[in-house]
Design a protein around this ligand. Sequence first.
Ligand code: 5AD
Ligand code: SF4
Length: 481
Amino acid sequence: MSETLNGPTDKTTDDAARPAEAAARKAVYVKSYGCQMNVYDSQRMADVMGAEGYREVASPEEADLILLNTCHIREKAAEKVYSELGRMRVIKDAARADGRQVLIGVAGCVAQAEGEEIVRRARTVDLVVGPQSYHRLPDLVARAAARPGVVDTEFPVEDKFRHLPDAAEAATRARGLSAFVTVQEGCDKFCTFCVVPYTRGAEVSRPVAQVLDDVEKLARAGVREVSLLGQNVNAYHGEGPDGLDWDLPRLLRRLVEVPGIARLRYTTSHPREMTDALIAAHRDLPELMPYLHLPVQSGSTRVLAAMNRKHSREDYFRIIDRVRAARPDIALSSDFIVGFPGETDADFEDTMDLIRRVGFAAAYSFKYSPRPGTPAAGEEDQLPETLKTERLHALQALITEQQRAFQDSLVGRVMDVLFEKPGRKPGQMVGRSPYLSPVQVIAPSSVAGTIVSVRITGTQTNSLNGVLADAPHMNAVQAAE
Ligand code: 5AD
Ligand code: SF4
């Protein structure tokens, strides 16, 4: 999962109308790091505590319970937690001076990976909880309040999803048009650089009925766009209502039938599971957005083998060709790691060549970061940091160029925009293109929540400008307002 795909969590509460009642309730603050999976889990944790009477607040100063939902994917991400804990400690100490108990919990992948070690290293931490134990949070919090230093990083056999409050029910409060639904968790692939199989455990898919129920509820609450989440989402194999295993394309074909659902996305995928059936879904389902995040990591077959990716650079090209043949307007993004142990200049040049040949609309790129317990961390031919930095800069410059070229190529095109809210300037509304970029358009406020055809007229750094393609009709709407 890409940590840069992170978006702000919407914190809506209806407590404003009842300040006295709200003040009497305990408050929880959840800060999310890393991937969308964590953003989703953070919301679930707030829901679990919500069921115990806690209200969610947007700042740690207001909270009785502070939860940091952490990411362990690279060293930098993991270390961030400790500096953040330093800040949270100041808040906790200030509250204690006021006679108020504040509990600090560490959740997520650092919690899973480091467990007890966190409590030893940061004594301010009252509670450590791994991603498989969030449904036990109320009990753990109660125990930590009585006796700090509670650690729960078990991988229980019971199904976490069944014990968490209904995701859709919670999302209805968010009042958004887009929602995430986790359908799969964990990874069995064991890429040699990656901690995910250790922190998130084996692949588990949610049954189709559960996913469908979530999506139907979300649709009834006004959600139009659903992104299915999973560490390896295209390896999805959930139990179907017919008792058989359903794969991702079958699930997608069922979900487009849900009234109100106009757009579907899924992230993040592995090249090995870009099956014919999934590619056919891209061809057949207009609701499946033409945007595919398909991490390749490296363009060198030799490095890919050392990474245990189980595919070659040629395999990747073949997949991309087939995906593009099925859906010619598809945009691609990927993840890259530079400076993997033993990566030569020629290997790196293969990666640059792959990027040039494929052409990406966006990409996330990282310097290889040795993670404790992973096979690649033990390799002897680790590369110097300076070389990694050099390669990262070169790769990012190429990606930035391609990103711009992609944005420019959209100018003049007509595409569907899902309008969300008022835009940057008066009279403007902003919505999302199929390619996730915000589009600013002069439009009546009545377009909010609808999908309207827009002609793209220009680009800005992180957004597009456009005009309503069906202008005469929309002008009439504007005049009637
Ligand atoms: N070092 C650098 N990048 C990593 N990623 C995963 N593990 C590491 C690591 N040890 C990157 C991969 C993955 C993304 C989520 O994070 O590119 O796709
Ligand atoms: Fe990590 Fe590889 Fe699994 Fe992705 S597929 S989560 S990179 S082990």
